[in-house]
Design a protein around this ligand. Structure first.
Ligand code: FDA
Length: 393
């Protein structure tokens, strides 16, 4: 067997976090090897944001992330901000725009972000080892040895950047957790997040609404998001539902306010002004007609508002503002945009992402138990955690 090639750092995973970390460490003069089992780097970047990559969010703040330690992400996010990433994007002359809710996208293609990261890696002299499934990782005499594809390499620092298991058909695996456990680090139970929820039984009647979307407020526990919800043939999706799915636990209800803008007492007022109107037509002025009809059918008020007692109107209004669904599950890792949970933050330094138990071992990106909201927050964490580790390599 040939002698292992020496590096200062070996990074496992050529996704957003791994490439960013490699570029910065390389530009700091470190000899860096990035290993990935995929034939091309940054696959999730390429398909992100509908092919335009929602690469950050201007409202990035620690409270937009889920983690067993809600303060963990604070330091890295403060040291590498959305403005820092935007500076890089602008340096590479990539045109961008802000969509809604502070979400920044490329005008052109997500390919530009991958090309930018690869260019930054080249500037740092980073070596890329693609198509290289990892066979073995060991640690002895303060050196990590990695055998992957045709590579055998050694370095005093190893960075786990292999993400989480969401969307396995893109090459996603739970490898980070296996490696973490091999080195004695705890893993917070991984679960699908930013994922459509499924409905069964009686609620499956809503399947007839498949394809209908409406702006709503979706709530689960203390989490509440005002965005669009979409009915699917399996249950509920759309940004508002994806957002609450990250907070949802089996057995919990999800409440939907179908008219979050409506003032209290709006139905009594409608009765006063238009006693001959039907609930379905009043709802149909604000909601898609198929949804309005289904909701009105379920509420089963008197045919005309004028004939409905005020109490019945109050309870209809109440139901429309907190319509409870009992999801029986989610569409799982196959459809989850991210994985919540992951390598425990209690094991890591929040400044350097280094394992407290094993100096030289770092974990970054989605592999860590830090999960962002929908809207560019997950990439911002990938960049920021990658930079935090790189500055310590
Ligand atoms: P990432 O998963 O990107 O990279 C891990 C790398 O490790 C991959 O290249 C993989 O091949 C490699 N790997 C895995 N197992 C390995 C093994 N055993 N051996 C070797 N290599 C291995 N976020 C956001 O902020 N804005 C957005 O627009 C979107 N859009 C979006 C769309 C879709 C469809 C998905 C699935 C996800 C998003 N996300 C997103 C989430 C975002 O893509 C995600 O949070 C980051 O890509 C995480 O970056 P990482 O580098 O941590 O992992």
């Amino acid at each position: 067997m040939p002698a292992p090639r020496p590096f200062d750092a070996i990074i496992l995973g050529a996704g957003g976090a791994g490439l960013m970390c490699a570029a910065i460490a390389g530009q700091r003069g470190r000899r860096v090897l990035v290993i990935d089992h995929a034939p091309e780097p940054g696959r999730k970047i390429l398909i992100s944001g509908g092919g335009r990559c929602n690469f950050t969010n201007v409202h990035t703040a620690p409270d937009r992330y889920l983690s067993a330690n809600p303060h963990f992400a604070r330091s890295a996010l403060a040291r590498y901000t959305p403005r820092d990433f935007l500076d890089l994007v602008e340096k590479h002359r990539i045109a961008w725009h802000e969509k809604t809710l502070g979400q920044l996208f490329c005008d052109g293609s997500a390919r530009q972000i991958v090309a930018m990261l690869l260019e930054e890696c080249r500037a740092g002299g980073v070596t890329l080892g693609l198509d290289a499934p990892v066979r073995n990782v060991t640690h002895a005499d303060a050196l990590f040895r990695v055998e992957a594809g045709s590579w055998t390499a050694e370095a005093p620092a190893l960075v786990i950047a292999t993400g989480g298991p969401s969307i396995p058909k893109l090459g996603a695996t739970g490898f980070a957790y296996d490696l973490a456990r091999q080195f004695g680090l705890k893993v917070v139970e991984p679960r699908p997040a930013l994922v459509p929820l499924t409905l069964g039984g009686d609620e499956a009647l809503f399947r007839e609404l498949s394809g209908v979307a409406a702006p709503v407020e979706a709530r689960c526990g203390k989490a509440a998001f005002r965005e669009a919800a979409l009915f699917t043939h399996k249950g509920l999706s759309g940004p508002a539902i994806l957002q609450v799915s990250s907070y949802w636990k089996r057995g919990q209800a999800v409440a939907i306010d179908f008219l979050p803008q409506a003032p209290a007492g709006w139905l009594r007022e409608a009765k006063r002004q238009r006693p001959k109107a039907k609930l379905a037509s009043v709802l149909g002025e604000q909601l898609p007609s198929r949804l309005a009809d289904t909701l009105a059918e379920r509420i089963a008020l008197a045919a005309e508002l004028g004939n409905a007692p005020d109490k019945a109107l109050d309870s209809a209004e109440q139901r429309l503002s907190a319509w409870e669904f009992q999801p029986n599950g989610s569409e799982g890792f196959a459809k989850a945009e991210v994985t919540a949970g992951g390598i425990s933050t209690a094991e890591l330094s929040q400044q350097t992402m280094e394992a407290k138990k094993l100096p030289g071992l770092h974990v970054i990106g989605e592999a860590v138990d830090v999960t962002g909201w929908l809207g560019g927050y997950n990439f911002q964490w990938a960049w920021a955690s990658g930079v935090a580790a790189a500055q310590a390599l």
